[in-house]
Write a protein that binds this ligand. Structure first.
Ligand SMILES: Cc1cc2nc3c(=O)[nH]c(=O)nc-3n(C[C@H](O)[C@H](O)[C@H](O)COP(=O)(O)OP(=O)(O)OC[C@H]3O[C@@H](n4cnc5c(N)ncnc54)[C@H](O)[C@@H]3O)c2cc1C
Length: 390
């Protein structure tokens, strides 16, 4: 086998596969998994929320606010939709512009087919161990299947989330080795855990959900909140987790749009109990767990009890003990510092021939198809640059 290539792409995930299919040159894509696109296959609960119609750079967290603008403008949701339509792949818009495939496997097959059409060889079950620049130009890749040589290398090895699907710290090892700076990584789009004492209170609600508003770091998200054995999960919490860092406070409003103090005060002169009044707004099981026994009549309740109940339901504040971790986090926030990267080509500024795309970069989207779209958009810009390198 001739193991010298125009380009070697490390990682057969969303970004690596899309990059491979977006330019025509002899290239190899290497992955230690036995099959390509494992994460894409499980994304969106098997339906792959591949993009979002209302996407903008404001949907992403990145230390360099404007970094992703160029790539997002060059490759829009409509570009990806047209590619799917050309291949007769069925998709649909769900709530809030979220675009879902009928079957995530359709997307994986499409990505692999497109890559193969564009001179891509696959080396699966191949762990890349190191990437070393060569004096005469180009790179040598040491792998579990021996050395590979390439004039250009694309790091598309993703973040640390879901190690069971192949995630590894390889990208950051390379960054360290080559002296590239990176933003500390952390799990994101994941559940938040309560301190042990509070866990006991909420554990009995595990599996229940309601619509809530979650605020942290001056960002507020409204959506479903799921009670778990260790704390909270569900879309509102997942989005908030993107902005949460250790020791920051999180505030939950379990009854958005309802002023609990007001509704309790309005019934103050009746013989009704807390539970009777609140039951009109929130399941009794949930309010009881959050504010305790509720059989007291409102007529006898001191004002401070009303205020305390209102605070627990409208402004439940806590400092999470942590997150549900990388095994359950949909993405990894942080990654290779975008100041190192050219925003139109994705080439590392002081390492000609080396490119970084996808989740490995310090660009993280909120829930709703934004992370996969970032993979397509960054891969597309990178492929455009590589197609001009002959
Ligand atoms: C359960 C789940 C559901 C999700 N659902 C959605 C969704 O619906 N919509 C959305 O927008 N986002 C979703 N995401 C996030 C999205 O899937 C990721 O952001 C995206 O797949 C990242 O793509 P990537 O190409 O950057 O990295 P990855 O897809 O992680 O690919 C990296 C590849 O590199 C390989 N690799 C790593 N190290 C090495 C090494 N040393 N040698 C060889 N190979 C290596 C890995 O095996 C992997 O295949 C979801 C994530 C998860 C975990």
């Amino acid at each position: 086998m001739d193991n010298t290539f125009h380009t070697a792409i490390i990682g057969a995930g969303a970004s690596g596969l899309f990059c491979a299919g977006s330019f025509n040159a002899r290239k190899i894509i290497l992955d230690h998994n036995t099959i390509p696109g494992k994460k894409v296959a499980v994304s969106g609960g098997g339906k792959c929320n591949f993009s979002n119609l209302y996407l903008s750079s404001a949907d992403y967290l990145c230390q360099q606010k404007h970094f992703c603008k160029n790539a997002l403008a060059s490759f829009t949701p409509h570009h990806f939709m047209h590619l799917l339509e050309d291949e007769h792949i069925v998709y649909q818009e769900r709530e809030k512009g979220c675009l879902f495939a009928q079957d995530a496997q359709d997307i994986v097959r499409f990505l692999v087919r497109r890559a193969k059409k564009n001179q891509t060889e696959f080396s699966l079950s191949t762990q890349v161990l190191s990437v070393l620049p060569q004096k005469e130009g180009g790179f040598i890749l040491h792998t579990s299947k021996g050395p590979f040589y390439a004039r250009h290398v694309v790091l598309a090895s993703g973040g640390l989330s879901y190690p069971a699907l192949g995630a590894s710290p390889f990208g950051i090892h390379v960054a360290r080795q080559l002296g590239l700076s990176f933003i500390e990584q952390r799990p994101a789009l994941c559940g938040l855990t309560l301190p042990k004492a509070e866990q006991a209170i909420f554990r009995k609600l595990a599996g229940n959900s309601l619509t809530a508003t979650v605020t942290t770091d001056r960002k507020t998200f409204t959506g479903q909140l799921l009670f778990t054995h260790e704390g909270f999960s569900g879309p509102a919490i997942l989005n908030a987790s993107l902005f949460w860092t250790p020791s920051k406070e999180v505030i939950i409003n379990f009854l958005p749009g309802t002023d609990v103090r007001e509704i309790l005060t309005a019934s103050k002169n009746s013989a009704r109990t807390f539970s009777a009044v609140l039951a009109e707004h929130i399941p009794a099981k949930i309010s009881k767990a959050i504010i305790g026994p509720l059989e007291q009549s409102l007529a006898n309740a001191p004002k401070k009890d009303l205020q305390a109940a209102a605070n627990r339901l409208n402004r439940f504040s806590f400092v999470p003990a942590g997150t549900s971790g990388y095994t359950k986090a949909e993405v990894t926030a942080g990654g290779i510092d975008t100041r190192e990267i050219h925003p139109t080509t994705f080439e590392v500024k002081n390492r000609p021939g080396l490119y970084v795309i996808g989740e490995l970069l310090d660009v993280t989207g909120r829930l709703g198809g934004f992370n996969l779209h970032w993979c397509w958009a960054s891969a597309y810009s990178c492929a455009g640059a590589l197609s001009r390198k002959f």
